[in-house]
Ligand binder design. Structure first.
Ligand code: FES
Length: 108
């Protein structure tokens, strides 16, 4: 069993290596991390792991790119701890929408 701390929220809970930190947080009464699809698809449970190690199961690259994963970002529902972990919520970033400046009639 490992200790998982959510930095800045004065909240910590235990999580075993066979459980993901999102569901363990909920089981401990935590409501800091939003609960969504629970399968790595919706991105609402995005966090940044500040210390510790974990096994990361497949997750949507629309919400955590490979580069971001290297910076510690992950989806909590896909994080299975391998040590004590300190993490913080990391809400999904606003996605820039590239608009075609041409009038609709001129678009291909
Ligand atoms: S709850 Fe949907 S990605 Fe984690």
């Amino acid at each position: 069993m490992f200790r998982i701390e959510i930095q800045g929220h004065n909240f910590a809970f235990d999580c075993g290596p066979d459980n993901n930190v999102l569901l363990a947080s909920r089981a401990a009464g935590g409501r800091i991390l939003p609960l969504g699809c629970r399968g790595g698809g919706c991105g609402v449970c995005r966090v940044r792991i500040l210390s510790g190690s974990a096994q990361l199961k497949p997750m949507s690259r629309a919400h955590v790119s490979v580069q971001e994963e290297g910076q510690g970002y992950a989806l909590a529902c896909r994080v299975y701890p391998l040590s004590d972990i300190c993490m913080e919520p990391a809400a999904a970033k606003a996605r820039a929408v590239k608009l075609d400046p041409k009038p609709i009639a001129e678009r291909k």
